[in-house]
Design a protein around this ligand. Sequence first.
Ligand code: PRE
Length: 87
Amino acid sequence: MDISNWRTRIDELENMIIELLNKRAAYAVEIGKIKKQEGLPVFDASREQEILNRVAEKTRAQNGPLSPESMQRIFQTIMTETRQVEK
Ligand SMILES: O=C(O)C(=O)C[C@]1(C(=O)O)C=C[C@@H](O)C=C1
């Protein structure tokens, strides 16, 4: 396969990732509404740590090519941005 074929595949995956990230954020918006009703803070350090641990574990099990640390950085950014839509 040539570069342009691989890029087409990447483009397709990006569309899926965008859709999934927006779906994830939409669920978080619902969590944000409940937190507001219950007077809870948006930031939940223990939940974020739990996600980061699971992300590293799953990435390790898949054997890369992304490292567990790299995947954790990606998910940390996702959660930081998600907090913004919950406000
Ligand atoms: O699970 C929650 O409580 C959320 O608000 C969602 C979420 C996330 O993006 O996964 C976002 C902010 C919190 O700090 C923890 C997790």
